[in-house]
Design a protein around this ligand. Structure first.
Ligand code: 1CP
Length: 359
């Protein structure tokens, strides 16, 4: 089995469809995984979560590994796994306090209120020291996966992380963080550069620990628009991919960029060093294909389609598969699965993808 990144510390990979698809190779079946596949929609996750603080789980390799494996054990239909962690571990490693409030989400008691607050940040970050627990969880998970499927490492994109650090949590307008881009562009660039360097170092160490593919989540890209995205997000996304690849050289692994809502930047994203472009559910796969040339695309069923009945869900999944034409495609939802979704409906989605055949 072709596996350029075969690492003899770990059991051999038995299902390398996802890695081959990500490298743009011809494959016999479209691989599938799901953003947020380990999480609150699974009763086995909620059981463990009831006993432990969210970040304590991330920091405990044994627990993070168990949760990463939960969807793999439940769904043999999956072709990939993603390490259980969160994008907000980088702000934590830079010295910020982040709490996870059940039912609400992440909250920063002391967000960055002005550029002067950047002096509070720890930088540069020794990622091996402060995020070593993630690397330990990755190594343990690679062993326990026993080669069933490849393992994703991930991080948040600099803009998305910056917006959380300034807003102090989720936001609809992102007006505080966007204000920095207009009022304090030099300091915003400085912060984004610090984040990009930290993300790159973190991803490199995740690969050295055993991650076989990487994804960068720019979940808040859609709030920027074409000009701001090109100025304040795209260059830092590119910096991450080129730095990670230049550092890892022949050890480099495929990289996926998921810039949610960045319709306006599909052509530009396709020209970056990322191997795969993640499409959110609102993007049209055929239009994206016409803008992206030969780039591998990932996505993009509307997660809310999981609320419909199973027959209709099967139909919607087949329509989604058809619109990618089985060509340079990794199937996924167009954003993470929501906590109130039925795990059986996820299985229906996965099976419909598995049974899709190019006509
Ligand atoms: O299975 C997996 O995907 C692995 C685990 C994972 C990942 C990849 C988690 C666990 N979080 C993430 C990424 C992440 N975290 C993103 C990018 C993907 C996306 O856009 O959804 C974002 C934006 C976050 C920030 C975050 N963490 C949120 C979103 C809040 C908002 O602003 O809308 C939330 C709710 C969290 C908490 C969280 N992270 C992960 C889980 C299972 C949870 C729920 C925490 C709990 O149990 O209370």
């Amino acid at each position: 089995m072709a596996d350029d990144n075969a690492d003899h510390r770990f059991p051999p990979l038995k299902n390398d469809l996802l890695l081959r698809a990500a490298r743009g190779e011809e494959i016999e079946r479209v691989p599938v995984w799901v953003m947020r596949q380990a999480g609150r929609y699974l009763p086995e996750f909620r059981e463990l979560r009831a006993e432990h603080n969210f970040f304590k789980i991330c920091q405990t390799p044994e627990l993070a590994c168990q949760i990463t494996l939960q969807p793999i054990e439940r769904y043999p239909e999956l072709d990939g796994s993603i390490i259980f962690c969160d994008i907000l571990v980088i702000p934590q490693a830079m010295g910020m306090t982040v709490e996870m409030i059940p039912g609400k989400g992440p909250s920063f008691p002391s967000p960055l209120s002005s550029p002067d607050d950047m002096s509070r940040l720890q930088y540069p970050v020794d990622v091996k020291a402060s995020l070593g627990y993630v690397m330990k969880a990755i190594t343990l998970t690679r062993q326990r996966l026993d080669g069933r499927v490849p393992l994703f490492g991930f991080c948040g994109a600099p803009w998305t992380l910056m917006s959380y650090m300034i807003e102090g949590g989720g936001s609809t307008t992102h007006s505080k963080s966007k204000a920095w881009l207009y009022r304090h562009p030099a300091e915003a660039h400085q912060l984004l550069d610090m984040l990009a360097n930290t993300c790159a170092d973190f991803l490199v160490e995740q690969v050295r620990a055993g991650a076989q593919i990487l994804q960068v989540f720019d979940s808040h890209a859609g709030i920027l628009g074409s000009h701001l995205f090109s100025t304040f997000s795209l260059p830092y996304l590119e910096k991450i991919a080129s730095k990670v690849k230049a550092t890892l050289k022949e050890q480099a692994v495929p990289m996926v960029v998921f810039a949610k809502g960045a319709h306006y930047a599909i052509e530009k994203l396709a020209m970056t060093s990322y191997d795969v472009l993640g499409l959110d559910w609102s993007m049209d796969p055929q239009l994206a294909r016409s803008q992206c040339g030969e780039k591998v695309l990932q996505g993009n069923l509307d997660p809310c389609a999981l609320y419909t009945d199973q027959d209709d869900l099967r139909k919607k999944t087949e329509e989604m598969m058809l619109s990618f034409r089985g060509y340079k495609h990794i199937a996924n939802l167009g954003h993470g699965i929501y906590p109130d979704m039925d795990p059986d409906h996820l299985r229906t989605f996965l099976r419909a993808v598995n049974s899709y055949r190019k006509s």
